[in-house]
Design a protein around this ligand. Structure first.
Ligand SMILES: *[C@@H]1O[C@H](CO)[C@@H](O)[C@H](O)[C@H]1NC(C)=O
Ligand SMILES: *[C@@H]1O[C@H](CO)[C@@H](O)[C@H](O)[C@H]1NC(C)=O
Ligand SMILES: *[C@@H]1O[C@H](CO)[C@@H](O)[C@H](O)[C@H]1NC(C)=O
Ligand SMILES: *[C@@H]1O[C@H](CO)[C@@H](O)[C@H](O)[C@H]1NC(C)=O
Ligand SMILES: *[C@@H]1O[C@H](CO)[C@@H](O)[C@H](O)[C@H]1NC(C)=O
Ligand SMILES: *[C@@H]1O[C@H](CO)[C@@H](O)[C@H](O)[C@H]1NC(C)=O
Ligand SMILES: *[C@@H]1O[C@H](CO)[C@@H](O)[C@H](O)[C@H]1NC(C)=O
Length: 280
């Protein structure tokens, strides 16, 4: 019975100690109430606060005294959050605290690796702080976005051979404040042409036909021994060939930037043999 009582009172002491500790912590917080109606703006490295005369602004080990209506804390890391204490020894006797976050820096141009339906982006962390990144993308229509806490992102289920506008935005320590975007324009690789076939041959020419790949593409590159041509059609006649010779032709779809190419498809055929070989 006594044992229980003494344990109970021991618990009571613990409880009272916790309450006192709580009130003490609450009291020290109350000494720095959130600032009301404080006008402020931030850049990547500065916090500008509109104050009255005789004010001291401090954050961490940095402090600044101002007797004008604008106080600036400068030289801060981009994307970083600072608890700023505003103490004004004037008629209004302001004594309050607010968190301010500087704007994250703009990331350097990311590296992009394309496939037909995905884009892999990677970039280096910008100077200062970044809690994560938002990657925005669209191909003219409604945009989508993706969040990542690492310095890379994979965007999937895209349309083949299509231009995408990508924006990579750094998010500050407070997980809210965003930096200015870095924008890049990239094409996914066009798909492979289908049904590539030899429709006909003569002694000096080959007539090829194919079907357009899935998605989008701008034109086709037709290449073979001594042959290189571009066409927007899905068929072509290659002339100036030698009779009875084996030829291979590769047809590759090219994207709108005239540079991004997909996988080629190849067909092999013999040109017709010269008729004199059959004797006339
Ligand atoms: C501002 O106040 C802090 C502490 O309240 C003090 O350490 C600092 O010297 C003051 N700074 C200026 C510029 O008056
Ligand atoms: C700030 O300005 C007030 C009035 O404008 C003046 O009385 C006071 O001495 C100034 N304080 C400092 C530290 O310059
Ligand atoms: C500042 O941010 C810290 C950490 O998120 C939070 O604990 C604190 O309550 C904030 N203070 C004010 C005055 O907003
Ligand atoms: C081949 O052609 C047929 C008929 O035109 C079409 O349905 C099919 O999708 C084509 N195949 C490829 C791989 O493009
Ligand atoms: C090339 O075309 C042929 C004939 O249409 C098709 O069967 C084949 O899948 C194509 N190659 C590739 C890599 O898609
Ligand atoms: C075909 O287009 C490419 C660009 O993708 C260009 O470099 C090349 O010169 C063109 N070839 C011909 C024969 O026009
Ligand atoms: C397909 O590419 C062409 C040429 O680059 C472009 O004009 C067209 O808008 C694209 N269409 C789609 C659906 O992306």
């Amino acid at each position: 019975m006594f044992g229980i009582m003494s344990r109970m009172s021991c618990f009571g002491v613990l409880l009272r100690t916790s309450v006192v500790l709580y009130l003490f912590l609450k009291g020290s917080q109350a000494q720095c109430a959130p600032c009301m109606n404080l006008k402020a703006s931030t850049t990547a490295t500065e916090i500008n606060i509109q104050v009255h005369s005789n004010c001291n602004l401090s954050t961490g080990s940095t402090s600044v005294f101002t007797n004008s209506t604008m106080a600036t804390l400068s030289g801060l890391a981009p994307g970083s959050t600072h608890l700023v204490r505003v103490l004004c020894n004037d008629i209004q006797q302001v004594n309050c605290c607010n968190n301010f976050t500087t704007k994250p820096a703009v990331i350097a141009t990311p590296t992009v690796i394309q496939t037909t339906t995905s884009l892999f982006l990677s970039w280096t962390k910008p100077t200062g702080e970044a809690a994560g990144y938002r990657v925005e993308f669209h191909n003219g229509g409604t945009g989508k976005d993706q969040l990542t806490s690492t310095t890379s992102a994979i965007i999937e289920s895209l349309t083949q051979g299509t231009q995408y506008t990508l924006k990579v935005i750094a998010i500050a320590q407070d997980k809210i404040t965003e930096g200015d975007p870095r924008t890049v324009y990239v094409y996914t690789k066009p798909g492979v042409v289908g049904n590539l076939s030899v429709i006909g041959t003569t002694t000096s020419s080959v007539y090829l036909s194919w079907t357009q790949p899935k998605g989008n593409s701008s034109f086709y590159r037709v290449e073979g021994t001594g042959v290189s041509m571009n066409t927007t059609e899905t068929s072509t006649t290659i002339t100036g060939l030698t009779a009875g010779v084996q030829y291979s032709f590769t047809v590759t779809a090219v994207a709108g930037d005239k540079t991004t190419v997909g996988e080629g498809n190849t067909t092999t055929t013999f040109t017709s043999k010269s008729s004199f070989k059959f004797g006339v």
